[in-house]
Design a protein around this ligand. Structure first.
Ligand code: ZN
Length: 132
């Protein structure tokens, strides 16, 4: 099972489905993980009912950070901003499906940090809580 998820991560790193920038967008946020050099930006388009209609990520970094962003962006299309505010790190880890040590965890959770920073309209990613 673990191998299957590893393959998914490598596949999404090499051939992401949601890489790009949305211009114009309703929400955009970016941050980096200096430990690894990962950088992620996420753009969202949201309808009148606060439902995400389109989402994309851009940036660069290790396979975990980029695959995590691609999978997370995929999972939030059609969700409401309230549902996104309720996402936790466990939701991201479920998407990735592998056990991660503390260093890789920062890589994996950068996309959630960026997403929540954007949805909460924060000025700094330092203020982001990864709990619901
Ligand atoms: Zn990384």
């Amino acid at each position: 099972m673990d191998d299957l998820y590893r393959e998914l991560i490598i596949e999404r790193y090499k051939n992401p489905l949601y890489r790009g920038e949305l211009d114009p967008h309703d929400i955009s946020f970016e941050d980096e993980n200096p430990v690894c050099g990962d950088h992620i930006r996420i753009d969202l388009r949201v309808d009148d009912n606060d439902i995400v209609t389109e989402a994309a990520f851009s940036g660069q970094g290790c396979s975990i950070s980029q695959a995590s962003a691609d999978l997370l962006v995929e999972s939030i299309i059609g969700k409401s901003l309230d549902e996104i505010r309720g996402l936790t790190k466990d939701d991201v880890l479920d998407l990735l499906g592998i056990e991660l040590g503390p260093v890789r965890l920062k890589c994996a959770l950068l996309s959630l940090k960026v997403l929540k920073g954007g949805v909460y309209g924060l000025s700094s990613a330092d203020d982001v809580s990864l709990e619901a």
